[in-house]
Design a binder for this molecule. Structure first.
Ligand code: 1GP
Length: 237
């Protein structure tokens, strides 16, 4: 089996587009997992991301275990907090919130995660996480107490992504925030993509097939959809 990062890199090289559905263990009942897994498979989802801003300790491990019993789609942790790390998943986005200036989310959380990662079999993927203003007071914004980059400040977003690449990040994630009013705009995606040679993830506020395709067309290699699926598991693209 391909590692998660190798899968994303290969797809990116070939121009193949990838989809991840994000599940927040806080908002998804355990007994819904069998039906949800079927729906996710029907969407031809490549990865299931699991994470949230307020998930309590121990919950994620049980949640991922249950998912594993119901689907073979690789599970990638997208944690809001180091305590969400569990060995039951396949991979971990080891995030640094590069748009922010809060040391807690640049290095403190990462240090706190280390004891959980000792002897771990998780594939750890260094990821530059960049918060873009999605027009809402997103959870990332509230929790991290950082300012997002304005949708108009393409130069700053590009410089942040390139700095992340130079720092050795393997992926860049442009995030408008869960439930964003405005997904990351086309120009911003295009310019960031043009300036990096690592795969690009885009998420936040993407609800329609048209928005999904626009993100792909402008250079997103992998799009993450959370709320739109959460609100309607009959979602079809
Ligand atoms: C949030 O990028 C993800 O971290 C997905 O956002 O919930 O708006 O789809 P949505």
């Amino acid at each position: 089996v391909d590692s998660v990062l190798a899968h994303i890199k290969n797809a990116s090289k070939k121009g193949e587009k990838l989809l991840a559905i994000l599940l927040d263990p806080d908002k998804t009942a355990l007994d819904k997992i069998p039906i949800i897994s079927k729906k996710i498979e029907a969407l031809k989802t490549h990865f299931i991301f699991v994470g949230g801003s307020f998930v309590e300790k121990g919950i994620t491990a049980v949640f991922v275990q249950k998912l594993k019993e119901n689907t073979k789609i690789p599970i990638v942790l997208f944690p809001g907090d180091y305590s969400q790390v569990t060995n039951n998943a396949d991979a971990l986005l080891f995030l640094s919130l590069l748009s922010g200036r809060n040391p807690e989310y640049l290095i403190e959380q990462q240090i706190k995660a280390v004891p959980f990662l000792k002897n771990s079999t998780l594939e750890i993927i260094p990821t530059g996480y960049i918060l873009i203003d999605g027009g809402t007071n997103s959870s990332v914004l509230k929790i991290s107490k950082t300012s997002p980059i304005s949708q108009n400040n393409t130069n700053l977003a590009v410089a942040t992504a390139v700095a992340g690449m130079y720092k050795g990040k393997q992926l860049i994630y442009l995030e408008a925030g869960s439930g964003a009013k405005f997904p990351v705009n086309s120009e911003l995606i295009t310019e960031v993509k043009k300036n990096i040679n690592i795969p690009l993830i885009v998420g936040g506020g993407i609800k329609t097939k048209q928005q999904l395709n626009t993100a792909y067309k402008n250079g997103a290699d992998l799009v993450v959809i959370g709320s739109a699926f959460e609100n309607n598991i009959a979602l079809a693209f």
